[in-house]
Write a protein that binds this ligand. Structure first.
Ligand SMILES: [Zn+2]
Length: 637
């Protein structure tokens, strides 16, 4: 009896356990279903709200991607019927496009609203939109009124970029047309105002915060990259939430079996930081090239590059977030496979690389672009172990030595708690001690060349150059650490380059002296050489050149034969109306006039103006336009 009771009890308990499990599962299913319904309701409400907010701007054919304007024509109040020229048409319904709303303020003035990041309404900085249906010489004022990051490079003089159908190269709008200020008309918010004049009626104008670099461009570039070099391998590392590809590019030759190191490069985790994609492309293009440094690097180092960690955000035209409104560079310490699939795959990859003893992971570089700092700089970590810290700062120091745009003032090593979710902070905590993790930042605007007060804005080309410089610095780093033996082709190639330039330049110095001996000389060039020999000068204060330009010649600079002044070397001829020359003292001129053949004139002139000749050649030599030696070495390409 007791046994049967126990048996029944056991059955009952077992039965209860099964029932519990089913109950739990069904409850979970219902909860998921409710959550799904809730999300759908929220999203649809958001879209409804957006539609309501757009109702005041007419002619919006359809919503663009998640709230971007799509072929939105702005008409003056009371106007109906067909849109006329000058009723601007705004569009941001394209890849990387971002413009959420347009309000007409007056005949010339428009308030523009950046569309916030998807599911992250607080983030608003990236904008990229087109304007067409313009009138010839139409002048407008655009106010971008809802920038969320108020401490940005617009305070330093950055201006938006513009291009048009007939001028397809991006240009910065001149500074004098751009203002960044707190506007009383906009609740004292920071407003970016720029004036613009549309110069062609049929053009489509595009305005952007920085040089756009889209998801399609990234895929297209990788297609090209794989055809350039046999040492490139491309594979899909993960898919984003919207099923876009996160590609992994491996660059490294398999020719020889030798000890290698692995450098991992991550890029474009923040969609609005498009310069990081240019830097990454510059690095990859250099690494697959036939340059001696690239060849050596491929032999000794394996590069694992993830060029676009947030393809959804890039496609959607977000500033920092993914589709779900997550800032991935604050989420490394709480990765979920479903919410952050790209980070999950990257972390798994890096952990795998770290365990590989044959080719140990050495360095992780996370490429970013900075919206508030100038130049190129590094964020690194601090360590209690002094030796680890010393090892950690070697690469930034080499970067400082070998790049002209490096900004040591912005470089920082820290352990900020609120940066615990960044790649450099998190990865250095899970990877081996010898792995160095850095964030490399390049300014969205420009840099100060060392020793120069003038800020040079970055261009697409100079961002590529940052990537190439990074490869060169890694070469220096591995030579310093002994992985790459010195004396490989790269080193002589550098020296050879310098020597060859010197050899090329050296014969150029005496050229002004020797150039007078060959026979076929033009009269004009003779004048140029001997224009300052004769101390006696005409006293007329001004000459008019043949082109009619006034020349203000001082007593010590004008030539008796009416040629150039020091300040105006291109004015070679004396004007017919110039004052009389002192013929008796300027023998050289008489001789020249007596000989129609220039070659004879030179020899005689040389003899007669002995003494003055040395002075003249000395001065002239200094004036011979030569390529500045700095120009070739300043930018390391
Ligand atoms: Zn960033």
């Amino acid at each position: 009896m007791l046994q049967s009771v126990v048996h029944v009890g056991a059955l009952t308990c077992d039965g209860f356990a099964k029932v519990d499990l089913w109950l739990l599962l069904s409850v979970l299913c219902r909860v998921f279903h409710r959550v799904e319904q809730f999300c759908v309701t929220i999203l649809s409400k958001r879209i409804e709200n957006k539609k309501v907010s757009f109702a005041d701007s007419d002619d919006s054919d359809a919503e663009g991607g998640l709230g971007n304007v799509s072929r939105l024509i702005i008409r003056p109040p009371g106007h109906s019927g067909k849109a006329k020229k000058g009723h601007l048409c705004f569009d941001a319904a394209f890849e990387t496009g971002n413009l959420g709303r347009v309000d007409l303020v007056s005949e010339y003035e428009y308030d523009l609203f950046i569309r916030p990041d998807t599911c992250s309404p607080r983030l608003r900085l990236w904008f990229n939109f087109t304007v067409d249906n313009v009138r010839l010489d139409q002048r407008v004022i655009f106010n971008i009124v809802n920038i969320s990051k108020t401490r940005n490079l617009f305070r330093e003089g950055m201006t938006p970029l513009v291009k048009s159908t007939s001028k397809p190269r991006w240009q910065r709008i001149p500074r004098r047309q751009v203002y960044y200020y707190r506007s009383p008309q906009h609740q004292n918010h920071h407003v970016l105002t720029f004036a613009f004049n549309f110069d062609r009626e049929d053009d489509v104008y595009q305005f952007s915060l920085s040089y756009p670099y889209s998801y399609s461009r990234y895929l297209g570039h990788l297609d090209n990259l794989c055809t350039k070099c046999s040492s490139v391998k491309r594979e899909t590392l993960a898919s984003s939430i919207q099923k876009r590809k996160v590609e992994l590019v491996t660059i490294g030759s398999n020719a020889e079996e030798r000890q290698r190191r692995v450098v991992a490069v991550l890029s474009r985790v923040h969609p609005g930081e498009s310069p990081s994609s240019f830097v990454c492309q510059g690095l990859m293009d250099f690494l697959v090239s036939a340059h001696p440094i690239a060849q050596v690097l491929r032999d000794y180092v394996v590069f694992k590059i993830v060029p676009m960690l947030n393809p959804d955000g890039v496609f959607l035209g977000n500033y920092r977030s993914t589709l779900m409104g997550v800032d991935l560079n604050r989420a490394w310490n709480r990765i979920s496979e479903w919410i952050h699939p790209t980070l999950f795959a990257t972390r798994t990859l890096l952990e795998g690389l770290d365990k590989n003893a044959n080719a140990p992971l050495d360095c992780v570089i996370d490429l970013h672009a900075h919206t508030n700092g100038n130049g190129l700089f590094v964020y690194g970590n601090t360590y209690d172990d002094v030796y680890r810290y010393e090892r950690h700062i070697v690469l930034p120091k080499l970067l400082a030595q070998h790049t002209e745009d490096y900004n040591p003032d912005n470089t920082m090593y820290n352990q900020d708690p609120h940066k615990a979710g960044t790649a450099r902070r998190f990865l250095c905590s899970i990877l081996s001690e010898h792995v160095n993790c850095y964030t490399i930042q390049v300014s969205m605007y420009g840099y100060y060349r060392k020793g120069s007060p003038e800020l040079l804005p970055y261009t697409e080309e100079s961002y590529y150059r940052v990537g190439r410089n990074l490869a060169r610095v890694l070469m220096e780093y591995y030579k310093l650490t002994g992985l790459i033996p010195s004396g490989l082709p790269d080193q002589p190639s550098n020296k050879r380059g310098r020597q060859s330039r010197q050899r090329y330049r050296q014969p150029r110095d005496p050229r002004p002296r020797t150039a007078r001996t060959p026979a076929p000389l033009h009269l004009a060039s003779i004048h140029e050489y001997f224009k300052e020999d004769i101390p006696e000068l005409p006293t007329g204060p001004r000459y008019r050149s043949m082109s009619g330009t006034r020349m203000n010649l001082g007593a010590g600079t004008a030539s008796a034969i009416g040629t150039t002044s020091v300040k105006n070397p291109s004015y070679r001829y004396r004007s017919p109306g110039a004052g009389p020359l002192d013929a008796g003292k300027s023998n050289g001129l008489l001789i020249m006039q007596g000989h129609s053949e220039p070659r004879l004139a030179i020899i005689d002139f040389n003899q007669l103006t002995r003494g003055g000749l040395d002075r003249a050649t000395g001065k002239n030599r200094a004036k011979i336009p030569r390529k500045s030696p700095d120009r070739l070495t300043k930018f390391r390409r």
